[in-house]
Design a protein around this ligand. Sequence first.
Ligand SMILES: Nc1ncnc2c1ncn2[C@@H]1O[C@H](COP(=O)(O)OP(=O)(O)OP(=O)(O)O)[C@@H](O)[C@H]1O
Ligand SMILES: [Mg+2]
Length: 271
Amino acid sequence: MLEVKQLIKSLPNGRKVLNGISFKVEKGEFVGILGPSGAGKTLTLRCLNGLLKPDSGSVVVQGTDGKRVDICQISKRELRRARQKIGVIFQGNHLVKRLSALENVMIGRLGQISTFRSILYGFTDAEAAEAVAALEKVKMEHMADVRTGNMSGGEMQRVAIARAIFQSPTLLLADEPISSLDPSNARVIMKLIKPLSENIPVVGVFHQPDMTAKYCTRVIAIKDGKVIYDGDPHLSENLLAEIYGEELQQIEANKNIPALIPSEPTLVHTS
Ligand SMILES: Nc1ncnc2c1ncn2[C@@H]1O[C@H](COP(=O)(O)OP(=O)(O)OP(=O)(O)O)[C@@H](O)[C@H]1O
Ligand SMILES: [Mg+2]
């Protein structure tokens, strides 16, 4: 469960970049946030994982112990704990490029074991097996030992999802997880993210209304720091025009970029 209430954030110059953002997401929901550039989508997401403290408002998340906690009101120490259970996938994904896929996945849980154990013993065999299982889920186990710096954007994004899976989060946030990918890889990533919402709320920011219509259970549109739509993911042309204004043409143009590779990944046989 995630409950966001009346988030307000002003810039030092007084401009309100978040102007009363409220919404609720239950487990079983994959919510796509849409909106024009500069609308306040990333700032909202940063408030949701405690990276940015709003001037007022609350972000209530459910911890692993089942207790609800407002991450805007807790101490830094408690926030660090709460954030260990919030999975994040970003555009460009924040992987450590010199480390292997498996090492990057394991980093996802580093904050959850004591510094003492991480230095002296590292991960247990059971934890290592779980990390490999997370890579299997995203079909990347064959590249477990490859440095992520040598991977394609789609492969890196899969590793980032495996890392979030291994973290066993109670909330998953994604900021433009498919923006740098070709249409085929974008679909692969959406198909991997969607099932994660069966057990936890998933909130992602997207610039592709056709993708959110296909994969999300609900869409929230943010414009000028306000929620201007919250509902069915299939948006009418009128609504899209209202959300994006002049940006709509660009969105429509992007939709027509042909897939560079077949829609489903296929194995290439070499003899
Ligand atoms: N650190 C900051 N200092 C000053 N202004 C900021 C800062 N971060 C964001 N802003 C401003 O706040 C507004 C909302 O930014 P935000 O990053 O949330 O937009 P967005 O909806 O994610 O846009 P995009 O789709 O381009 O990523 C923008 O006008 C941005 O310029
Ligand atoms: Mg953004």
